[in-house]
Design a protein around this ligand. Sequence first.
Ligand code: NAD
Ligand code: UDP
Ligand code: UDP
Length: 333
Amino acid sequence: GTGTLSGSKSYMQYVGGKVPLGLKKMGLRIVVTGGAGFVGSHLVDRLIERGDHVIVVDNFFTGKKENLLHHFGNPNFELIRHDVVEPILLEVDQIYHLACPASPVHYKYNPTNVVGTLNMLGLAKRVGARFLLTSTSEVYGDPLQHPQVETYWGNVNPIGVRSCYDEGKRTAETLTMDYHRSANLEVRIARIFNTYGPRMCIDDGRVVSNFVAQALRKEPMTVYGNGKQTRSFQYVSDLVEGLMRLMEGDHVGPFNLGNPGEFTMLELAKVVQDTIDRNAEIEFRPNTEDDPHKRKPDITRAKELLGWEPKISLRDGLPLMVTDFRNRIFGDQ
Ligand code: NAD
Ligand code: UDP
Ligand code: UDP
């Protein structure tokens, strides 16, 4: 655009929200914040494959250029090193907002969820883009309802060690709905449950990446607490399909996007043993504070309104991730 910060209009506004048929083939202009990360880079792959023009905005806090190297040189792809806590001017049709320090090890240090989300909403408002927020199952806290339905308001400790993530995402949801109501912004909200797959950070402390890396390195798998707490693990390609259906669909949400297959951490350790090394050992460690006891999505809403459900079970998805981890941990040995 050629306008000023407040004055410029998006292409979508100029054409009255309708893309002329001939131009649709050229694809949409899409921003993916956090696109150099685990989920974001898989989403970028799908969008590029579909023929869209993708701009990744990422400060490489946990993301890596390596996740996107295969798109360098493609004229439909741009990578901008930028912290979304600072304002940015772009002209686009859709924004997938994934930027977030996503692991407990990192998320304490950054106001991305609040200030970054506000900036991306401001950007979406200025150019009339559709905005999708990747929220999290953590908004349910240590849930008193099982499985979790989108209408459940959650049980979150506002002053605990995890709260800057939980409450940060809850605030991000609030901001998103406020912009939707007051500025008439088109928004979408996904509540993502634990997701795993290739390109996951190896050492960011999440349970699937920890167990897989430990088993490969012949170190004991560290089970926190008694290992009876549960999580439901979704393979990354299922999530990406859900995010795209949500963006393209007619419903704001929030939508739970997760795999309802529920496992205790001890059961997960068993699946990792079966996949990598039957003799892999387990070592118990004290659990972290405020660790949710149970988590499992009710995905009825996504099934009915998005026609979406996960296709890949933990036992089928884990080997795909193990191949990637093996390559990254052992290089070309
Ligand atoms: P990730 O850490 O791999 O990706 C996050 C990306 O955001 C990274 O590339 C990081 O560099 C970037 N980033 C962080 N702060 C930024 C900032 N201030 N400015 C610009 N970029 C910034 O994590 P992921 O697993 O791919 O998560 C993606 C999104 O999905 C996050 O919003 C996360 O909260 C959400 N989510 C993920 C899971 C999961 O299990 N993976 C579960 C629930 C929600
Ligand atoms: N913003 C941005 N890019 C834009 C438009 C806005 O980064 O293209 C930021 C802007 O700097 C502000 C935030 O988004 O901090 C919210 O913008 P909005 O216009 O909604 O609020 P206002 O600036 O009126 O308080
Ligand atoms: N966990 C574990 N061993 C590890 C890392 C995590 O037993 O090495 C447990 C953790 O206590 C929690 C569960 O695995 O109960 C999921 O933790 P993660 O950080 O992966 O995700 P989240 O708690 O955000 O769902």
